[in-house]
Design a protein around this ligand. Structure first.
Ligand SMILES: [Fe+2]
Ligand SMILES: [Fe+2]
Length: 316
């Protein structure tokens, strides 16, 4: 397939032909695609083919080819990006969104054959949602990458990045419920918490295009958290016949910063409520004492948020 309206030969070369026979095969191919632009475009194709009923979830007897970590562009300056500038902040968000695409496809590929806890794969409705979410993450990435070029004259990858964001995927690769708990109910919810500070900073910088992108994305990120909550409850009840709240607390304490707080303040209770994430789930994990009034300046954890904080709490 040749991508129209692009002068980027590298993108066309990497896109090549897609011969996916299943959604799982598409997911693995996208994970193995290093260029994030191609990754995003392949995600759009996968969504279209999935909606057309063109792909079964799996052919049933596929070998386990899910890569341990996705192909990524070379990291030019591994380490923590400096958080001082709007340019760096948006680059950090763009970086997190590129990982978000991979995270969704990793969940599709890894749990298409089973839930990782000895149970069956989730029903097709789960894949409907995850393909849609992967596509929304791809659009988030594309919007930020385009904005970086248009306003800040840099491309994604021009600033230092890190690969710490994949740690949550690696730590939860054996359990879909752990994946949902950590990725969606902890880290994506954290993205909702930091959105107001990031928005305020964009307004102060008079970057109204960034405000527009952020406002649009946040609505979808609420949906991603909500989907995580819903499927976590479904799996906990059907697989373990266990209390979902207790299961969530157990998994969160196991996989995120054991012995310390899991949920950082300030919180955004309004968006968490919209995401149907109960207070009784996250307040027991939150820092004891609220910090001082939230600073208008987003701290460095805002970078790379919306999906994940840029300083992810390390998994056990
Ligand atoms: Fe996103
Ligand atoms: Fe998301």
């Amino acid at each position: 397939m040749v991508i129209e309206s692009t002068e980027n030969q590298e993108v066309n070369d990497q896109f090549g032909e897609v011969h996916w026979l299943s959604l799982r095969a598409a997911a693995i191919d996208i994970l193995r695609t290093p260029c994030p632009v191609v990754k995003a475009r392949k995600t759009e194709v996968a969504l279209r083919r999935w909606k057309e009923g063109d792909l079964p979830v799996t052919l049933g007897a596929e070998p386990d080819l899910v890569p341990d970590s996705p192909a990524r562009p070379a990291i030019i300056g591994k380490g923590k990006a400096k958080g001082g500038s709007m340019k760096a902040m948006i680059h950090g968000v763009c970086h997190a969104e590129s990982y978000a695409i991979d995270l969704m496809w990793d969940s599709v590929a890894r749990f298409a054959l089973g839930d990782g806890e000895g149970g069956a794969a989730p029903p097709e409705a789960f894949f409907d949602e995850w393909v849609q979410i992967a596509c929304e993450e791809a659009r988030h990435f594309s919007a930020w990458a385009e904005h970086l070029k248009d306003r800040y004259a840099i491309s994604y990858g021009d600033l230092p990045t890190h690969d710490m964001l994949w740690e949550v995927a690696a730590a939860t690769k054996h359990s879909l419920r752990a994946r949902l708990a950590v990725v969606h109910l902890i880290h994506e919810a954290r993205g909702l918490d930091v959105a107001p500070a990031m928005r305020a900073r964009c307004v102060r910088a008079q970057d109204m295009k960034a405000v527009e992108i952020l406002d649009r994305n946040v609505v979808q990120e609420v949906g991603h958290v909500r989907a995580g909550v819903r499927w976590f409850i479904h799996l906990s009840r059907s697989l373990a016949d266990a209390d979902p709240q207790e299961e969530f607390l157990r998994l969160a304490r196991t996989f995120v910063n054991p012995g310390s707080y899991v949920v950082k303040r300030p919180l955004n209770p309004e968006l968490r409520l919209k995401a149907e994430l109960p207070e009784s789930w996250y307040l027991p994990l939150a820092e004891d004492e609220p910090q001082d009034q939230p600073s208008e300046e987003p701290d460095e954890s805002v970078q790379g948020s919306l999906l994940l904080s840029a300083t992810p709490q390390r998994a056990a």
